[in-house]
Design a protein around this ligand. Structure first.
Ligand code: A3P
Length: 308
């Protein structure tokens, strides 16, 4: 972990979840933004369409554990969200209420005026605040195959100012295998959440590769899990609207409004593919990876696809 995710530790651990909160949990770079956008559209696409055109995803779906004093996480949006949610068709407007500016995702989540609240976390399962379990909240966990996840994380670490330097690829590759990453080991993360699913039925465990293969099918599964009845037309429309090229161009979903990222180095919406690892792994690295993977991933019920 880095201090950006531990500075607010006690407050985050004491976060008071509500029964209808929905937690979106992922290892970084597994498709968090994609699923966040889908859930936001499923819940508010019809009732509050303005929010998608005007409020960045990181304000609609707060990142629970983040705390960055110099970063305005946008309380202005809390007011706009409230109006948009409670006063139908209220024209969206950003309010200059800088005195409300929050620097912690937890504060932003506390103040979200909508129901349900969609909240994002990258915590390994053991760090999730206990109120989420006590309130029996629904949790959507997204996992992505380790090879593509590693590549995506590498490019992200190159372009974002608040992560440790990515450094050189071969060194990064070994760090990933050793679990020396922000939010820890990918292997522990995906296995920990998979195990939790066995005794906590309110987890929907989904895979990035399945979303690439058939987004509409995965949206249907999400609706079943969330108990949402949305028309086939609406589900199709959402699926079309969240395809990679559309989201890449969407300023409210592509993070281009967040100053800590340097898109000149690498864009947030980079490639959005399964199998890009083949452009990065050497043959030797692939052999090392596969050998190590067999040792760490012993549960035959948890299977990932590295190509589709
Ligand atoms: P790449 O770096 O491989 O392109 P997160 O939101 O968890 O940080 O994950 C970011 C990764 O998800 C990036 O992967 C990004 O391009 C990809 N992604 C985001 N939106 C996507 C979409 N609509 N379709 C496919 N991939 C998407």
């Amino acid at each position: 972990m880095t201090h950006y995710f531990t500075d607010n530790w006690e407050n985050v651990q004491n976060f008071q979840a509500r029964p209808d909160d929905i937690l979106i949990a992922t290892y970084p770079k597994a498709g968090t933004t994609w699923v966040s956008q889908i859930l936001d559209l499923l819940y508010f696409g019809q009732t509050c369409p303005e929010r998608h055109n005007n409020i960045p995803i990181y304000e609609r779906v707060p990142f629970l554990e983040i705390a960055i004093p110099s970063l305005d996480l946008g309380y202005q949006s809390v007011i706009s969200l409230w109006l948009c949610y409670h006063v139908t068709c209220f024209p969206y407007q950003r309010f200059p209420y800088s005195m409300f500016t929050p620097h912690a995702g937890k504060d932003l989540a506390d103040k979200l005026p909508t129901t349900p609240r969609l909240i994002k976390t990258h915590f390994p399962v053991q760090f999730v605040p206990k109120s989420f379990w006590e309130q029996n909240c629904r949790i959507v966990y997204v996992a992505r195959n380790a090879k593509d996840n590693m590549v995506s994380f590498f490019h992200f670490d190159r372009m974002i100012a608040i992560q440790p330097e990515a450094g050189e690829w071969n060194n990064y590759f070994h760090r990933f295998l050793e679990g020396q990453m922000v939010f820890g080991s990918w292997y522990d993360h995906v296995n920990g959440w998979w195990k939790k699913k066995q005794n906590y039925s309110n987890i929907h465990y989904m895979f990035y590769e399945d979303m690439i293969e058939d987004t509409e099918r995965e949206i249907d599964k999400l609706c079943s899990f969330l108990g949402l009845s949305r028309s086939a037309e609406e589900r199709k429309m959402i699926s079309g609207g969240v395809q990679f090229d559309k989201m890449k161009k969407n300023e409210m979903a592509n993070y281009s409004t967040l100053p800590v990222m340097d898109f000149k180095i690498s864009p947030f919406m980079r490639k959005g593919k399964v199998g890009d690892w083949k452009n990065h792994f050497t043959v030797a690295q692939n052999e090392v990876f596969d050998e190590d993977y067999k040792k760490k991933m012993k549960d035959p019920t948890l299977q990932f696809r590295t190509e589709i």
